[in-house]
Ligand binder design. Structure first.
Ligand SMILES: [Fe+2]
Ligand SMILES: [Fe+2]
Length: 141
């Protein structure tokens, strides 16, 4: 089942919104694979794309957060790192053909989208709004 778009996923910073939307599409493409015949090559290629793009996105986001001295910068960065580590573990297990890894990974991705982009990222948006940084943030990159 695909994840649906929610208004709360919008940050108001166009570069970040563009990246969040692309990550959203990438997660959904992986979710689509569940209903198709299992194609390992396709799954690994989608997963690689997702990891590369997530790294790019995290780097962009961290640039904003550090520039605007977000108080929870360290914690937020740790969450990004934890995501990449978790995905690497799932990829390893998939390669080892462990049972049920794929559905577990999909659940993790769905949850991550809700809890990270829908909740943790929301917190820095609130900070930006509170300190009237949305407009300057928009023009930073
Ligand atoms: Fe994000
Ligand atoms: Fe983030």
């Amino acid at each position: 089942m695909r994840i649906g778009w929610k208004q709360t996923y919008e940050t108001g910073i166009s570069k970040i919104d563009e990246q969040h939307r692309r990550l959203f599409d990438m997660v959904n493409e992986l979710l689509d694979q569940k209903t198709r015949s299992y194609n390992e090559r396709q799954i690994f290629s989608l997963l690689n794309g997702l990891v590369k793009y997530a790294e790019e996105h995290f780097a962009t986001e961290e640039k904003y957060l550090s520039y605007f001295k977000y108080p929870k910068f360290e914690e937020h960065t740790r969450q990004h790192l934890a995501f990449l580590q978790e995905i690497t573990k799932f990829a390893q297990k998939l390669e080892d053909h462990q049972a049920n890894v794929f559905p577990q990974m999909l659940e993790f991705l769905k949850r991550w989208y809700f809890t990270h982009i829908g909740e943790s990222d929301r917190l820095y948006v609130e900070y930006f709004v509170k300190h009237k940084l949305i407009h300057p943030a928009q023009e930073l990159l």
